[in-house]
Ligand binder design. Sequence first.
Ligand code: RP5
Length: 189
Amino acid sequence: WSIFMKKNSKLKVSIIMGSQSDYKVMKLAEKTLKKIGILFETKIISAHRTPKRMYEFAASAEKNNIGVIIAGAGGSAHLPGMIAALSPLPVLGVPIESKKLKGLDSLLSIAQMPKGIPVGTLAIGEDGAINAALLAESIIANNNTSIKKKLNNLRLSQTKSVKKNLNKMSDITLGIIGGGQLGSMLAIS
Ligand code: RP5
């Protein structure tokens, strides 16, 4: 049991992405993991440009103490599916917004895995990157009570931050005609 606990407490999340250009979105996954204090690594791995690197990474991921893989890819986004085919670890796919189809191509490529090899698919872009990290944390929290506690606290503070009443003042536009001292004072107030 103690060996099991020791192994689990060291589990890290691996964030991989097809290109440097994906990092502006995927860095939000890093930021989310940092908040909770989860160990992670970040790598560029492309299914079509660096297939050997992809294979070597996936084949050794489990023995490298990786608990969850987050894979971001855009276009014909086969990276998460290929990684899931090569590793038994849970793979979470983040569809990156593509220039031509706004990420719909990425989303469908990742979500529409035929039965047998699952990929957990998140939303397109930044929301997906953040949620992938939160989901990875939930998976790791199953065997880590301190991570579970931190995650619960995060949700609690999120709930508390939602106001009950609307601030309707922000909907009002006030027009002031006249540029004198009185007009500018009124505008400021
Ligand atoms: C995919 O192709 C990457 O995941 C990226 O989203 C997309 C475009 O890559 P770059 O041309 O910007 O390197 O492999």
